[in-house]
Design a protein around this ligand. Structure first.
Ligand code: GUN
Ligand code: ZN
Length: 434
């Protein structure tokens, strides 16, 4: 078998641990003049160019990027494909926002042609922003997930998605039933899960829109297919939490509803968790579940401030999510900009290296994919980015003042956005060039 081998020379930075566990200095590797070697879609080596070059064949093709930083591709642990066209919808908090904008908007995805069109826009937007892996909500219609996976498969992307399950408390035109959601989800799992780099996520929207019967079949699907994911929302908004208590009075709290239906586990990702209590964080951590921290959405929908220090105290896996269209940007750099402010408002800090971790390796760990994505370690999928220090005049000027990679990284997460992403590579192929 002939190998396709290519190398990329630039400054290179990646996370190798959570700063909360290993300390900041041991949490990353940085090569000011680095080399990333890619063979057949996987990373075969990363290190100092000077050390690696003598070990490689003289005719190796090397692509050099100056004034640029190579990082792993970003990982978005929570986003809604069918909300792409309603991002930035005015004036409401969660429950009214769902009824006023979201549900009517998502109804369009019964039409496969429409789903195909949006899936194409959505994937281009992910890649423009440097997101190479995402955990994606479709709509209630299987068409939305088929459209997404068909488009992702063409580019050989590592993506996870699922059809929303919702059989109550939503308009008649948008609900399924416990039985149809089981049958449709099962068919999608059989068709897509494990195909290329694609994975399926069982996707009950949130407790209020599923009957106990539907939550039961969601648990049943996870039992039948132990390596599929589960994604849902939790404790995002105070009125939502009160509603869950009224709908499930027999349960101890919001998380206990999901726990009762056996939806917690190592491949379960709960979006938001803004108002989780200590005991709920402990239970999430104990079951290996993860939370997706969605700061732009939590600000935009007025939901509240996620307590990252509490999650860290419990060693809970946390990834970063854009939550588009409740969130206001596809960019994980912009999402980190807001994450920093969430911490500031709580009198806490978000170090630049913790930010890098959240957008890459932390997301990979939340998704149990850390042996495949999230870092540039040898053996990983070659999903990586080239971030351009000269993307805008202000970024360029500001980075010229920087005295360390830490400062440069912080400025990238403060001023950076889609313009900063010069190129995006997935499985070694360039899938976006600015
Ligand atoms: N809770 C239930 N559905 C949704 C949704 O679509 N977006 C957000 N942000 N929260 C939800
Ligand atoms: Zn969401």
């Amino acid at each position: 078998m002939s190998l396709t081998r290519k190398a990329y020379r630039a400054a290179i930075l990646h996370s190798i641990g959570d700063p909360a566990d290993v300390g900041i200095d041991a949490s990353y590797e940085y090569f000011a003049d680095g080399l990333l070697v890619v063979e057949d879609g996987k990373i075969s080596a990363v290190g100092h160019a000077e050390a690696l070059l003598p070990t490689l064949p003289g005719d190796l093709i090397i692509e050099q990027y100056t004034d640029a930083l190579i990082t792993p591709g970003f990982i978005d642990t929570h986003i809604h494909l069918p909300q792409t066209g309603m991002i930035g919808s005015y004036g409401e908090q969660l429950l009214d926002w769902l009824n006023t904008y979201t549900f009517p908007f998502e109804s369009q995805f019964a039409d496969k042609a429409h789903a195909d069109e949006v899936a194409d826009i959505f994937i281009k937007e992910l890649l423009r922003n440097g997101t190479t892996t995402a955990l994606v909500f479709g709509s209630v219609h299987p068409e939305s997930v088929n459209a997404f996976f068909e488009a992702a498969e063409k580019l050989d992307l590592r993506m996870i998605a699922g059809k929303v399950m919702m059989d109550r408390n939503a308009p008649d035109y948008l609900v399924d039933t416990a039985q149809s959601s089981y049958t449709d989800s099962k068919a999608l799992i059989e068709r897509w899960h494990g195909k290329g780099r694609l994975h399926y996520a069982v996707t009950p929207r949130f407790a209020p829109t599923s009957t106990p019967e539907q939550l039961t079949v969601a648990g049943q699907l996870l039992a039948e297919y132990p390596d599929v994911y589960m994604q849902t929302h939790i404790s995002e908004n105070l009125k939502e939490i009160e509603w869950v208590k009224a709908l499930f009075p027999e349960r101890k709290g919001y998380l206990d509803v999901y726990d009762h239906y056996q939806l917690l586990g190592e491949r379960s990702v709960f979006a938001h968790g803004v108002h989780l209590c200590d005991a709920e964080c402990a239970r999430l951590a104990e079951t290996g579940s993860a939370v997706s921290f969605c700061p732009t959405s939590n600000f935009f929908l007025g939901s509240g401030l996620f307590n990252l220090p509490m999650a860290e105290k419990h060693k809970l896996n946390v990834g970063l999510g854009t939550d588009v269209g409740g969130g206001t940007s596809f960019s994980l750099l912009q999402t980190l900009n807001e994450a920093y402010k969430v911490m500031q408002l709580q009198g806490a800090r978000l170090s630049p290296f913790k930010s890098l971790y959240l957008a890459t390796l932390g997301g990979a760990r939340a998704l149990r994919l850390e042996d495949k994505v999230g870092s540039l370690q040898a053996g990983s999928d070659a999903d990586f980015l080239v971030l351009d220090y000269n993307a805008t005049p202000l970024l360029s000027y500001r980075i010229k003042q920087s005295k360390s990679i830490e400062e440069t990284l912080f400025v990238l997460t403060t001023l950076g956005d889609d313009r900063t992403v010069q190129a995006t590579y997935a499985a070694g192929a360039k899938v976006h060039q600015r």
